[in-house]
Write a protein that binds this ligand. Structure first.
Ligand code: URA
Length: 288
């Protein structure tokens, strides 16, 4: 006889097969899934993955979009200056068929901000509610936090190049201000853009903000905790992985994560040969 959870799993598989990407679950269903998840986790005994984006508060789960025929398209880079070339990418992203054809991303495209001649590029996950409204990356609460980090480094938004792996806000049912992490197919559909942006900007180093950016750029899997504190390589460009600013907003561990992010940023400043004062070196250290 099937257990209730098997019936639920069958239902979810059927929904996924017909293209449904989100379902609402009642408390009983959530509890059953939690048990399946916990027993699988106990079997694997794998370290927990850190979320870089707040989990939606509504009772919903996300399903990877079904395997649909993949829309293909080619990016062409036009223009003489880096700014013109970035603009040519921006125009192509507006109607990018591989992303549009998924049906799981929202309409409004959010591209990048900052200086296409910058020596440092910061890469996030995907636009959220506020970013979509303003059509600018990192302008909501996570963006404010990023501005603070840049200021502490002695940099402004205008001096750096800021972008996201995914160029559209991932959709959820009855969406208001809640955001979700992009799924693998959404990341894959948008990856050609961030790769072309890196080819154009040719930064001296890249900061991957959170797991999604790190995994998308470096094609590896791992938690931020396991990927930070060393240099990675993206086609000859050094990449530093650090926690997403929204994780800093969520975490309740006082100065500990702030200090970790700050140590990552000190490494970036050293790579860029930026001046670092003694005061800056001591930011977020526990008081003696
Ligand atoms: N989080 C991101 O990863 N990117 C944004 O642009 C905003 C929030």
């Amino acid at each position: 006889m099937s257990r209730p959870v098997d019936v639920l799993l069958e239902f979810l598989e059927a929904e996924q097969a017909r293209g449904v990407t989100h379902v609402h679950l009642d408390d009983g269903a959530r509890e059953a899934l939690r048990e399946v998840f916990n027993s699988a986790k106990a079997k694997k005994a794998a370290p927990p993955r850190l979320e870089s984006t707040p989990t939606p508060t509504t009772a919903e789960i996300h399903l990877d979009p079904p395997q649909a025929p993949v829309a293909t398209a080619q990016i062409s880079i036009e223009g003489a200056t880096r700014a013109e070339q970035i603009d040519s990418l921006r125009r192509q992203a507006e109607n990018w068929a591989p992303a549009k054809s998924l049906g799981s991303l929202r309409e409004t495209m959010v591209f990048s901000a900052g200086n296409p001649e910058a020596r440092v590029m910061l890469v996030g996950e995907a636009p959220g509610y506020q970013e979509e409204r303003e059509r600018q990356p990192f302008v909501g609460p996570a963006g404010q936090k990023l501005n603070d980090i840049l200021k502490a480094m002695g940099l402004s938004r205008e001096e750096v190049y800021i972008s996201n792996i995914v160029k559209f806000r991932p959709s959820t049912p009855k969406q208001t201000t809640n955001n979700r992490k992009p799924v693998a197919a959404e990341i894959a559909a948008c990856l050609p853009f961030i790769r072309s942006e890196i080819d154009i900007v040719r930064p001296a180093c890249i900061v991957a903000l959170g797991e999604t950016a790190a995994e998308g750029l470096l094609e590896i899997t791992g938690t931020v905790a396991s990927l930070r504190e060393r240099w990675h390589d993206y086609q000859g460009t050094p990449v530093r992985v650090t926690y997403h600013p929204s994780y800093l907003l969520q975490t309740g561990d006082g100065h500990q994560t702030k200090r970790q992010v700050w140590e990552d940023m000190l490494a970036v400043m050293e790579k860029l040969e930026l001046p670092i004062s003694e005061k800056q070196r001591g930011f977020f250290l526990p008081k003696a």
